[in-house]
Design a protein around this ligand. Structure first.
Ligand SMILES: O=CC(=O)O
Length: 344
């Protein structure tokens, strides 16, 4: 594969050291990092020995002129966090071939434009899968066993006043429908099987390698489930995949857990269903307009809320940095990439 020959005059970067010794920036492949200035991670330090990092957030130049002036020959871009990558941004990067997303979800990236341009994308759901799955299951157990609500009961000093706390619900024997059986959904299935739940799923395509019943339609999955766990990407096809009809099919005792994206659920409808008692409860780590959470939810004891933290542990971030490094090294040495996001 051809080397990237950025004009070193354009790049006000110092000479970098790598493990093999000192190399000038001219010898290192150029990698653009797009991040919000507030997103200060050790990622650049991990990458610098291996790549020549261009980071507009470190420059006083406005991002647009930085990209026009310095990034014309950039072939690989790291998108950190949920920094939007729009068609306008992509237009400033005519040589771009690869986007490495540091997130599991990629709905902040214009994937249709990437498809049109033939830009490959990798995401980080494999690195986040275990933590996201632990969290999804924790939310489900919390809603069914009412742990957070019981905690509030005790904190409010209500045990001596009101007596025994009401019984909650058992996990074993429950039917859980997983929406999106990618790496995160699959980890959820492994954990819930161990709790004695029966698993079914909906996904873009049936997966011949898994033993669980497949429902091509989320409505049918909901009708055969006690809980839905949402682990899929937010795309044009999945926006509001959990709508009024699906919630009705899930029924009054049904529970919804969301560790995907807020936009997967018609949130206004969800609030109404919960207020009317038309579904049994919800465990929500993501919301349609973060960080704004519908205030009505704060009053409901059958709802467990969390500020978009399912994937986040220091260990999972470390795994993401390593995944990013592996993918960039593979790309520049023309080897197979890990965790390629399949753009539909
Ligand atoms: O929500 C978290 C992620 O997409 O990484």
């Amino acid at each position: 594969m051809e080397r990237n020959n950025a004009d070193p005059q354009d790049l006000p970067m110092a000479v970098e050291a790598n493990q093999e010794g000192l190399q000038s920036n001219e010898d290192l492949h150029l990698v653009l990092v797009l991040r919000l200035p507030s997103f200060n991670l050790p990622l650049n330090d991990i990458l610098r020995p291996h790549f020549h990092i261009l980071d507009p957030a470190d420059s006083p130049e406005p991002a647009c002129s930085f990209l026009s002036n310095h990034a014309q020959s950039v072939r690989a871009l790291i998108c950190v966090g949920y920094t939007p990558v729009t068609a306008e941004t992509l237009n400033l990067l005519p040589s771009l071939e690869l986007i490495v997303a540091s997130s599991a979800g990629v709905d902040h990236i214009d994937i249709q434009e990437c498809r049109r341009r033939g830009i490959i994308m990798t995401n980080a759901s494999t690195a986040f899968a275990e933590d996201a799955a632990d969290y999804a299951v924790a939310l489900l157990i919390d809603v069914w066993r009412r742990i957070s609500a019981a905690d509030r009961f005790l904190h409010a000093g209500l045990w001596p006043v009101k007596g025994d706390y009401p019984l909650a619900s058992k996990l074993r024997g429950k039917r859980v429908g997983i929406v999106g059986l990618g790496s995160i959904g699959f980890e959820v299935s492994k954990r819930l099987e161990a709790f004695g739940c029966s698993i079914a799923y909906n996904s873009r395509m049936e997966k011949p390698s898994v033993p669980f019943p497949y429902y091509a339609n989320v409505l049918d999955l909901a009708a055969h489930s006690d809980a839905l766990v949402l682990c899929c990407s937010l795309t044009e096809q999945t926006r509001h995949i959990i709508n009024k009809d699906v919630m009705t099919a899930l029924g009054k005792k049904g529970v919804i857990i969301n560790v995907g994206r807020g936009g997967l659920i018609d949130e206004k409808e969800l609030v109404q269903f919960l207020l009317r008692g038309d579904i049994g409860g919800a465990g929500l780590d993501v919301f349609e307009n973060e960080p704004d959470v519908p205030r009505e939810l704060f009053e409901l004891d059958n709802v467990v809320l969390s500020p978009h933290r399912a994937i986040a542990t220091p260990e999972s971030f470390e795994a993401v940095y390593q995944l990013i490094l592996t993918n960039l090294k593979a790309f520049f040495s023309n080897k197979p990439l890990q965790s390629v996001y399949q753009i539909e």
